[in-house]
Design a protein around this ligand. Structure first.
Ligand code: NDP
Length: 328
């Protein structure tokens, strides 16, 4: 039995190149569940892997795709049966293990989550790692005491996948959301997702001060870098920043002053290695909270042949919302 995949390989000069190929099913890696993939998602990490940067991929040839959803074809694990709809996000699939840019994947059953009945495999990839991560971040803010109705919250990188999901989820949870974007072209989209206001990246422009006037009770930060340092200075006493991403860099010149004078918390969010029960809970929360119709204008469908182009665009920060991939 053969399957179709976007295969990424390393050339002698160290650069990587991806081509669509038909492979024998026997070439799939080890695992106890074989899944027929309906949809994959495209994330920032996929952009890095297809561009051969960040050292994410261990071995070549490789099949990328950190998220996918589909139906079980064959299972040697009692939790899964043929025809069952499943989703996979993270666990280093698409990095260390072959991923979702293919019509089939063989994986470890522990990495899968049964899809809630109200979510289609397409819906699952509209959400993908971005939706799961945004849900975890929103839940973390709540558990750190940042409640709806108390002040405003900021989402950075709001035009991207995680940011747009977080904007919608926070708004639907009753928060008053400022959505930060560097792109005027996505302002209307962010207001349609429920943002109360759209703000430019200048709200986190460099300042020599160690503290600034408190402006937000909490934030979901997708950009990291110098803007994160400026964000911490503007969090209200006792507030919290859920640190998700590094689109603007992985470090900043900061001080501990916001932590020790305002009791600000910085909470790290890792969606990749979340245990099974936490994933099931997050997917159930997404099933009841997310508004798919309200998000559809942020979704772009592509095929395997378009992924190298999408990779270049996501690395430049040009992708709006979520890109989902039909591997057929
Ligand atoms: P996207 O590329 O879809 O979104 C990132 C957004 O950040 C861009 O759309 C842009 O939004 C903004 N941005 C890009 N560059 C800059 C910059 N230099 N300065 C300020 N803003 C910038 O990526 P994702 O939403 O998929 O992921 C967001 C981040 O979260 C990534 O760093 C990713 O690696 C990380 N991530 C972490 C996870 C975890 O488990 N912790 C899981 C998933 C992702 P705009 O144009 O609107 O300003």
């Amino acid at each position: 039995m053969s399957f179709r995949a976007l295969v990424t390989d390393k050339r002698a000069d160290g650069t990587v190149r991806s081509t669509i190929s038909d492979l024998d099913e026997a070439s799939l890696p080890e695992g106890n569940v074989l899944v027929g993939i309906d949809w994959a998602g495209f994330n920032y990490k996929d952009g890095m892997a297809l561009a051969g940067i960040g050292g994410l991929v261990r071995n070549y040839p490789h099949i990328g795709g950190v998220d996918f959803a589909g139906r079980v074809i064959e299972s040697h694990d009692e939790r899964y049966h043929p025809g069952q709809a499943v989703v996979l996000t993270g666990w280093r699939v698409g990095e260390w293990h072959w991923g979702g840019f293919a019509t089939r994947a063989r994986v470890n059953a522990d990495w899968l989550v049964p899809l809630p009945k109200s979510i289609s495999t397409r819906d699952a990839m509209v959400l993908g790692t971005a939706g799961l991560t945004a849900m975890l971040a929103v839940h973390r803010l709540k558990s750190e005491g940042v409640k709806p109705g108390v002040g405003r919250v900021l989402v950075t990188g709001a035009g991207g996948g995680v940011g747009s999901m977080a904007t919608l989820l926070l708004a639907r949870s009753g928060y008053v959301v400022d959505a930060m974007t560097g792109r005027d072209s996505v302002s209307k989209d962010l207001l349609a997702l429920g943002a109360d206001a759209v703000v430019g990246r200048d709200v986190l422009a460099p300042s020599p001060k160690k503290l600034l006037a408190p402006r937000w009770s909490g934030a979901v930060d997708n950009v990291g870098g110098a803007p994160l340092g400026e964000l911490l200075k503007q969090i209200e006493p006792g507030g919290c920043v859920a640190s998700v991403g590094l689109a603007a860099g992985d470090g900043w010149d900061g001080s501990v002053v916001p932590f020790i004078l305002r009791g600000v918390t910085m909470a790290g969010i890792d969606s990749v290695m979340q245990p099974y029960l936490a994933r099931v809970t997050a997917w159930d929360r997404l099933a009841s909270l997310f508004g798919f119709a309200a998000y559809e204008h942020m979704v772009t469908e592509v095929g395997l042949g378009e992924l190298e182009g999408v990779s270049r665009e996501i690395l430049k920060g040009n992708i709006k919302g979520r890109v989902i991939v039909s591997p057929k």
